[in-house]
Design a protein around this ligand. Structure first.
Ligand code: DO4
Ligand code: MG
Length: 297
């Protein structure tokens, strides 16, 4: 269950940002649609430390009432909220993902079929924090892949105790031909330059029940055309958030916390592949939009 919040923090969004041309990374609190309150000016140097606070909701109320300096959202550059956390990902957590993977590979079909129903979920390492792509940065398609897709995923943000402190959006970029050739190639299909984008911010204060009512949308633009659009609901996720996080934190410590992408419920048709220059927009109704152009890496 997510950390319950007081009503005034219900839609609190925490972000990392710069104010160009100044280079320094700042931590921000977005409470309306047009400005960000500067938490760094109030002494918050690291998002990771703030997320460790046992009384996060109360601390955010206190900070929001502290007369923070404000910056217009139009003047800042939003960075990924991933600061020091490893990014992991769960797979085959939606029926649509299981079906697509089973069609993609006769060789691996029974593995996907079994893991969908197994007690232990599929969880794999996705990205080191400093490799995560920020909103607006280019996500990669491998030059040795022929079939590349984005995977739009709800992402859970945990502190070092494994408490879910917020949610954000993740893009688990994937090379489906490489993954389909042999399951042992999964790390190459999933982990390469610019294969993971996370952002635009962390939303705190919602319970799992609320989050599961949210819609997840994927839109892919090619020039003026929308070449793919799809939608699902977070409620279609087969496993509970706690179940996924419990498995991630089993026999593994995350001193800086962790981010877990929860799996893809939207899969473009098998004749679709991304091109360089496409734009990938992932929108989750309670969070916002993560948008990235595509480049060959
Ligand atoms: O096992 C392959 C990866 C599955 C995945 O990333 C997903 O379902 O989102
Ligand atoms: Mg995925």
């Amino acid at each position: 269950m997510l950390t319950p919040a007081t009503p005034s923090t219900e839609s609190t969004r925490l972000c990392r940002f710069t104010v160009p041309p100044a280079p320094g990374v700042r931590i921000g609190l977005i409470q309306n649609g047009s400005t960000v309150g500067d938490l760094t000016a109030a002494g918050v140097a690291r998002l990771t430390s703030l997320l460790e606070r046992a009384d996060l909701a109360g601390e955010l109320v206190r900070l929001s009432q502290a007369g923070l300096p404000e910056h217009s959202l139009e003047r800042i550059r939003i960075l990924t909220p991933v600061e020091s956390q490893e990014v992991w990902a769960a797979g085959v957590t939606y029926l649509r993902s299981k079906q697509a993977r089973m069609e993609e590979s006769e060789f691996s079909a029974s593995a996907y079929d079994r893991v969908y129903d197994a007690v232990r979920p599929e969880i794999f390492f996705k990205s080191l924090p400093d490799k995560v792509v920020s909103p607006g940065g280019a996500v990669g398609i491998r030059r040795d892949a022929a079939w590349s897709v984005p995977e739009p995923e709800l992402a859970l943000v945990m502190n070092s105790s494994g408490t879910i402190v917020g949610v954000t959006i993740g893009n688990d970029m994937s090379s489906r031909d490489i993954e389909g050739e042999n399951l042992l190639y999964l790390p190459q299909a999933k982990i390469y330059t610019a294969s993971c984008a996370v952002g635009p911010w962390i939303v705190v204060g919602h319970r799992e029940d609320d989050v599961r009512t949210w819609s997840i949308q994927l839109e892919i633009q090619r020039g003026a055309d929308t070449v793919f659009a799809g939608e699902t609901r977070a409620g279609q996720l087969k496993r509970s958030f706690t179940e996924l996080v419990d498995h991630l934190f089993r026999s593994q410590a995350f001193p800086h916390g962790a981010v877990l992408l929860t799996g893809a419920g939207i899969v473009p048709p098998d004749d679709f592949t991304l091109h360089a220059g496409d734009s990938v927009r992932i929108t989750i109704s309670g969070i916002g939009t993560l948008e990235n152009p595509v480049a060959v890496v």
